[in-house]
Design a protein around this ligand. Structure first.
Ligand SMILES: Cc1ncc(COP(=O)(O)O)c(C=O)c1O
Length: 462
């Protein structure tokens, strides 16, 4: 190209634009057909009943011609927007030439690994290796479990309450959400979930909160009766995503790194949701000046939504030799070309600072709305990783309120999502290419939803 169009050229115009009530007639038909033949496991259309047709940038059109502003980005996958032409060009080119190579070298693979090194967090830069296995975030987590076990000889895994690390058995063992795993136990043995500092519910000042959480980890690892005999590593989200966009206090990640070092085990920082520019840094661990020993990544990594999971780790841990981690799809070449282009796009358009600015703007609009809402109690996040916590009149988690806001928004052409241990957190993960004007239009709707709710007083319980 190659043209790298500015962000305001990437979208459908005039979003949001509604042509029908939701769901429109064509969506209804497809939803019905899906229900007849698709798996009972399908979940997303139950929350937002639309069928999709086409998407561009931060906008998305359903099969009835309704155009939505997308504050969700396929759960934080489409960081450079839907169908970014600069990214697609390279993907198309590669797709026509060579798609599947397992792990034979290609220009695309080598360039992608070099590009990942360019954005590697902290001291991993120039001192890392990258392994590919399966294409999902869960696969990258599985790789990290194997890496940690291989290098330490241990098998105990330390993870956190409120965590989500994926849906395969190892990743599910690290995940704390019971609803995801209750039908599939036993999973991996020797997994300990310690409390993640959650200021909204735990209270206390930053340092105290961090110290309390670290004390639990220290006791698990170092107390002679701490319970975990052969630890292999600590897995942590630098900001918990599914758990409710929970931002830990400042010293927490650093303290974890020190504990990992003291106990000679790796700190694995799961950047699957928080990485690839989402928080205004390439990786959220950079906000805390901490270099992870290993970083599972996926979601945005394939550039255009092509599946690509990867584990970056310190070169000293590269001890496992050929076949140490494998998988037929350990080299989706078009996704790697897409990944390089996505990084270039973010660099060329200075999207990390845009992400910080736009995130501040969105949080300020939500904070203003909080003043008049008895239900919205906290707004938090970093960059475009944003959460808003809703409670009921008794101060308990209020899932119903978030559902109402979500519904009000999609009926008016704004897609927002939920998170939180009780489903009571409104989660916004817009593409980093969302413009200020789009954010303003979207926040007009979201804050109106919050105000309407306050006026109606409908949501008194979860
Ligand atoms: C922090 C985190 N880790 C792991 C995963 C699992 O990724 P995947 O769904 O691609 O397997 C997710 C997915 O949402 C995630 O948010």
């Amino acid at each position: 190209m190659s043209e790298s169009p500015p962000i305001h050229e990437l979208h459908f115009e005039d979003a949001p634009r509604m042509e029908t009530p939701i769901p429109g007639p064509n969506s209804r038909k497809l939803l019905r057909r899906q229900q007849e033949i698709d798996s009972g496991a399908v979940a997303y259309p139950l929350s937002v009943p639309i069928a999709l047709d086409e998407a561009k940038g931060a906008t998305l059109r359903d099969v009835d011609g309704n155009v939505f502003l997308d504050f969700f980005a396929g759960i934080g996958v489409l960081n450079v927007g839907h169908s970014n032409p600069y990214v697609l060009e390279a993907i198309h080119d590669q797709t026509e030439r060579l798609v599947h190579t397992i792990d034979f070298p290609t220009e695309a693979r080598i360039e992608f690994i070099e590009k990942l090194n360019e954005i590697a967090p902290g001291k991993l830069k120039d001192h890392n290796r990258v392994v590919f296995g399966g294409p999902s975030g869960s696969d990258a987590i599985e790789a990290s479990i194997k890496l940690a076990k291989y290098n330490t000889g241990g098998h105990g895994l330390v993870a956190f309450k409120g965590s989500y690390h994926g849906s395969t058995s190892g990743a599910l063992s690290l995940t704390s959400g019971k609803k995801y795993k209750k039908h599939y136990t036993p999973l991996l043995p020797d997994v300990v979930h310690v409390p993640y500092p959650y200021a909204f519910w735990d209270g206390g000042d930053e340092d105290e909160l961090a110290e309390r959480a670290l004390a639990e980890v220290r006791s698990t690892l170092e107390d002679p009766y701490g319970g975990l005999a052969n630890p292999a590593g600590i897995w942590v989200e630098p900001i918990q995503g599914e758990g409710g966009v929970v931002v830990p206090p400042k010293g927490f990640l650093r303290g974890l790194k020190e504990l990992a070092e003291a106990n000679d085990i790796p700190l694995i920082v799961d950047e699957i949701q928080s990485g690839f520019g989402r928080t205004g840094k390439w990786f959220a661990s950079e906000w805390y000046d901490v270099t992870p020993d290993a970083v599972p990544m996926a979601k945005g990594v394939g550039g255009a939504g092509l599946p690509l999971g990867a584990l970056m780790y310190h070169e000293d841990l590269d001890t496992w030799g050929p076949g140490g981690h494998i998988g037929t799809f350990r080299g989706n070449v078009p996704a790697m070309r897409g990944g390089v282009r996505a990084i270039e796009y973010i660099q060329e358009h200075d999207l990390l600072s845009h992400t910080v600015d736009l995130g501040e703007y969105i949080r300020s609009r939500l904070t203003d709305a909080m003043a008049d809402s008895p239900y919205l109690e906290e707004v938090r996040g970093k960059g475009l990783f944003i959460g808003a916590e809703f409670v009921d009149a008794a101060g308990e988690p209020n899932k119903a309120a978030v559902k109402e806001v979500q519904e009000y928004c999609y009926e008016r052409g704004v897609l927002v999502w939920t998170a939180g241990r009780h489903g009571n957190v409104l989660r916004l993960l817009p593409p980093l290419v969302m413009t200020r004007e789009q954010a303003e239009a979207g926040l007009d709707v979201i804050t109106e939803a919050i105000a309407e709710q306050a006026a109606g007083g409908a949501s008194t319980g979860s």
